[in-house]
Design a protein around this ligand. Structure first.
Ligand code: GAP
Length: 443
């Protein structure tokens, strides 16, 4: 018997077991910023590896890059972000608090006149007064200065999406890799958004990591490639991350929701503790970006098709997902309270490939040197081979199993007195809790 988890349970697990901490926690934290702890960073790396394998290593025509976070600000003017990367905002004239207008209105629309109409009778959620301003646009890009002068001429932006440097490297990658259309460029990296209301733990943050892939195509292939990549994302979640299909839903953007660069967008929604919410977007960005970068930079970004002898600006299908949000989905999907021998146990039923610790090794008793020596031998051989192996000699075996269950360790190996006689150990399986005795040489 299992039950759905709530957000508090996930937050508590994340902190208690070293997955996620508040950034600068000892100073009271900073809203929208989080640090990943020892297990969190392993899980992040395992997810990144699955994504990179699927989008780069398993593909013949997708190439990876790692672009700078700060780029020439002209990039963000051409991409439309300086003008259009906004969220609707309302201020409270009484208490000075700020809120996302679309969240307050309970809609996905970002149309200002629609929001104004809905919010007419709405009170400020902070002070309860009907003193909200009319909605206005708020640019979410974070600014900094490059060089010694802090004036308008030195303003630069922390990238709001990783896609920007993919577009500006389109020619470099095409030429150095001798790539022919269709081909893709993939990137994993940090992005920054001055979110008005960061919320729901790591769901909406101000410093995020994105995994993005832009697929450059001929415009006539846009529908087929769009459908292919959105299905690819869906299949990845199920097959590579082990997410249950029942926890996924499609959400197609209507015009009022779509980003300024997209002609079509389908999100995959995941059933987070607060309900079904956006996890992964597939967007048809048409020739919007390359056309604008061609205008902005003066460089010819057209593609010459050697077969048809045509020259045109490629269209782009984008696959874009937040790594932290994906990790939250993995934790939420895998964390369960089930019943073992009449007792509740918390277990993270995560795929072995994602598990931060693959194997835990226990000497049955901490105060028996002969058990410790044997267990260290086993531990060192396995650690050499698998890396993510944990030693635990603390507390009784039942407690050690529970600790490993909660962080998703697939196998626990116990060295006991029988080991000293016949060189066998018990291997206990996380999901079935069954123990089998096997020879050390067969581990
Ligand atoms: N390049 C397209 C792009 O950035 P987006 O829909 O704004 O599109 C893509 O973001 C993905 O990035 C989202 O589906 C989500 O997974 C993640 N994401 C966006 N904003 C986020 C935030 N503030 N906190 C956490 N993840 C975020």
């Amino acid at each position: 018997m299992t039950k759905d988890v709530n957000q508090e349970e996930i937050v508590s697990l994340a902190k208690r077991r070293g997955f996620i901490f508040q950034a600068s926690e000892i100073y009271g934290g900073l809203a929208g910023f989080w640090d990943y702890g020892p297990l969190g960073v392993e899980l992040l790396n395992n997810i990144k590896k699955e994504w990179w394998d699927a989008f780069v290593h398993d593909q013949e025509n997708i190439f990876g890059i790692d672009g700078a976070i700060i780029q020439n600000p002209k990039l963000w003017e051409a991409s439309g972000h300086v003008e259009g990367f906004t969220d609707p905002l309302v201020d409270c004239k009484n208490c000075g608090s700020r809120h996302r207008a679309d969240h307050l209105a309970g809609t996905d629309s970002t149309n200002l006149s629609e929001l104004k109409e809905i919010l007419k009778e709405v009170v400020c959620p902070t002070c309860g007064k009907k003193t909200l301003t009319e909605p206005r646009k708020f640019n979410m890009m974070m600014k900094t200065w490059v060089g010694p002068l802090e004036d308008e001429s030195s303003v630069a932006y922390l990238r709001p999406e990783t896609a920007g440097s993919i577009f500006t490297n389109y020619l470099n990658v095409k030429d150095t890799m001798r790539a022919k259309l269709p081909f893709g460029i993939a990137q994993i990296g940090k992005a920054f958004r001055n979110e008005i209301s960061p919320r729901d733990f790591i769901f909406r943050v101000r410093e995020l990591e994105q995994m993005e892939m832009q697929y450059f195509i001929k415009s006539s292939d846009q529908q087929i490639e769009y459908d292919k990549w959105r299905q690819f994302a869906w299949d990845f979640l199920i097959n590579k991350l082990g997410i249950k299909e029942a926890n996924l839903q499609w959400h197609e953007h209507d015009e009022s929701e779509r980003a300024h660069y997209a002609s079509a967008a389908h999100d995959i929604y995941f059933k987070f503790p607060q309900g079904f919410k956006e996890l992964w977007g597939t967007h048809n960005r048409t020739d919007f970006d390359l056309t604008n970068h061609m205008k902005g930079s003066g460089k010819d970004l057209q593609y010459f098709d050697e077969v048809t002898k045509e020259k045109y600006i490629p269209y782009v299908i984008e696959s874009s997902v937040g790594l932290g949000r994906m990790l939250l989905a993995v934790l939420t999907d895998a964390y369960q309270i089930d019943e073992v021998n009449g007792e509740n146990r918390a277990v993270l039923k995560i795929k072995s490939s994602l598990a931060p610790v693959k194997i835990a090794v226990f000497p049955l008793l901490k105060n028996k040197p002969e058990l410790i020596v044997k267990a260290r031998e086993v531990y060192e051989v396995l650690k050499d081979k698998y890396g993510a192996v944990m030693w635990d000699d603390n507390g009784n075996i039942g407690k050690r199993y529970r600790r490993q269950d909660e962080i998703g360790t697939p196998k626990c190996i116990t060295i006991d007195f029988q080991t000293l006689e016949d060189d066998t150990v018990t291997v206990r399986d996380r999901d079935t809790t069954k123990q089998t005795r096997i020879k050390i040489t067969d581990l």
